[in-house]
Write a protein that binds this ligand. Structure first.
Ligand code: CUA
Length: 290
């Protein structure tokens, strides 16, 4: 379709420029009224209608294939656009459901079925290098099928203005070899490992004592909040805060202490009242959730 549009657009452009040169350089005289009317109606309405109708028919003929759901056994991912992050659910063939956030991974060369929705405002899910965008509309589930052809890390974004931090609502999409993908998903389905490092152990206490678990879930602990992103394996992600900060211990510190500066309007309160040593311990714990 891209090439047909390029070819068609080039031909139309050459004809229009040719006519303009002809009218200004070669035949510089007034048209008769009737001739001018034919030119305007023909060139301005009839010909564009025919050309665009042709392209529309061609484009519509492609739709059934794009709307066809991915075959049975394909990876299925439900994504919910939140203000301003992504809630991600993987469904596996054996009926398990794994909740993640702000990062998706896909096997290369296989169709992946997405189910897109939103609990609040309209967002739009878009990984430009892999496929077209699709709106996430409250009250309905939109389906999108993507089939990545190359492994790599791709940037995704929210493509519909959704409030203060719309521009800070991004994510990474990682396309992996199928085996590596399976391993990754297996690992993500597991509960969080107990922290070993004393600093991280202290960090877990800070997390629990300050009520973080009423908004965030960490599977395998008592933290089971559903308001914010699931943090079970937050340390294994490429970024934090929906791709606004890299995933380093310092970045966790900055995020927790100055949440609203990093992401204006965010629902999570900043915990700048916590002493630095507690924030450091908390950051070590979160970073260690691999
Ligand atoms: Cu969500 Cu823009």
């Amino acid at each position: 379709m891209f090439w047909w549009l390029v070819i068609g657009g080039t031909i139309v452009w050459i004809i229009v420029i040719g006519l303009a040169v002809y009218a200004t350089r070669v035949r510089r005289k007034k048209h008769e009224r009737r001739q001018a009317a034919i030119l305007i109606i023909g060139g301005g309405a009839v010909i564009p209608t025919i050309i665009l109708a042709g392209y529309l028919t061609y484009g519509l003929a492609m739709l059934p294939d794009l709307l066809e759901p991915a075959p049975q056994g394909s990876v299925r991912i439900a994504i919910s656009g939140e203000q301003w992050w992504w809630r991600v659910h993987y469904f596996t063939d054996d009926g398990r459901e794994v909740e993640l956030a702000n990062e998706i991974r896909m096997p290369v060369g296989e169709p992946v079925q997405f189910y897109l929705e939103s609990p609040d405002v309209i967002h739009s899910f878009w990984i430009p290098s892999i496929g077209g965008k699709m709106d996430m509309i409250p009250g309905r589930v939109n389906r999108l099928k993507l089939e990545p052809t190359k492994t790599g890390v791709y940037r995704g974004a929210c493509a519909e203005y959704c409030g203060t931090s719309h521009a800070l609502m991004s994510f990474y999409a990682v396309v992996m070899e199928p085996d590596a993908f399976e391993q990754w998903l297996e690992h993500q389905a597991e509960p969080a490992a107990e922290p070993a490092d004393p600093l991280a152990v202290r960090g877990e206490d800070v997390f629990m004592e300050n009520g973080c678990g009423s908004c965030h879930a960490i599977r395998g602990t008592t933290a089971d909040g559903v308001v914010g992103p699931d943090l079970t394996h937050v340390g294994s992600r490429l970024s934090i805060g929906a791709a606004v900060l890299p995933n380093e211990q310092d970045d966790f510190f900055r995020w927790v202490a100055h949440t609203d500066e990093v992401k204006p309007g965010v629902h999570m309160p900043a915990f700048e009242m916590l002493p630095d040593d507690e924030l450091t311990a908390l950051s070590a714990y979160l970073e260690g959730l691999q």
